[in-house]
Write a protein that binds this ligand. Structure first.
Ligand SMILES: O=C(O)CCC(=O)C(=O)O
Ligand SMILES: [Fe+2]
Length: 204
């Protein structure tokens, strides 16, 4: 199955033993890459960029979220490449909202309205589910959006009971690409001395 077919059918594609120089070409087969790769490294919250997940969670686990959840048009695909990782280090989990086991969560999310604030404190309201360009798109990020509304809290409770659809044990040279409109993802906690450098591309 080609990368595109795999992403359309399974929403997920992975490969390994790739040299970094080959990654951009692969990622560009999927769509438009909007900016340079971001370098993701674990940081204690006091040392992290504003608005990053590390700023909020530091080395602790990042809970289930989608990337760019606050944006009107979140990136369709996210590619993560392991530039340099330690074996047995933090994992990245993925959750397919279209999986049968996610059905109750997905149904609940469909009617959730998310209220939060952008990076300069302006109020933002977004639907947790909408159809964009003919495809279902979910948004979730409780760092940005409050979980006070009963329906949102219920969705969060259901979410926290679900098992990951995939768990990525990183090795140098691994690349994963996933549909950020269909999958939530999370990171486990990171040891304080753990070296872990991933590259991230947003694909539209
Ligand atoms: O480091 C990871 O495994 C994922 C990081 C992530 O999801 C993020 O920074 O948005
Ligand atoms: Fe993320």
């Amino acid at each position: 199955m080609s990368i595109i077919e795999s992403l359309h059918v399974k929403g997920f594609w992975r490969s390994q033993d790739l040299v970094e120089a080959s990654v951009l070409d692969l990622v560009r087969q999927v769509g438009h890459v909007s900016r340079e790769a971001e370098v993701l490294e674990p940081r204690a919250s006091g040392e992290a960029r504003d608005w990053s997940l590390s700023r909020h969670y530091g080395l602790r686990a990042f809970p289930w979220h989608t990337d760019g959840a606050i944006s009107r048009h979140p990136p369709r695909y996210v590619a993560l490449y392991a530039r340099s990782v330690e074996l047995g280090g933090a994992t990245t989990d993925l959750l397919d909202v279209q999986a049968r086991s996610s059905a109750q969560f997905f149904e609940t999310v469909k009617s959730c309205v998310l209220r939060g604030c952008d990076s300069v404190g302006r109020p933002v309201i977004r639907r947790a589910y909408e159809v964009l360009e003919g495809s279902p798109c979910i948004r979730w990020d409780r760092r940005v959006f409050s979980v006070d509304a009963p329906r949102v809290r219920r969705a969060e409770d259901l979410l926290n009971r679900l098992q990951a659809s995939h768990s990525v044990d990183w090795r140098d040279g691994m690349l994963i690409i996933f549909d950020n409109w269909r999958f939530l993802h999370r990171r486990s906690d990171v040891r304080p001395d753990e070296k872990r450098t991933l590259l991230r591309f947003y694909i539209h």
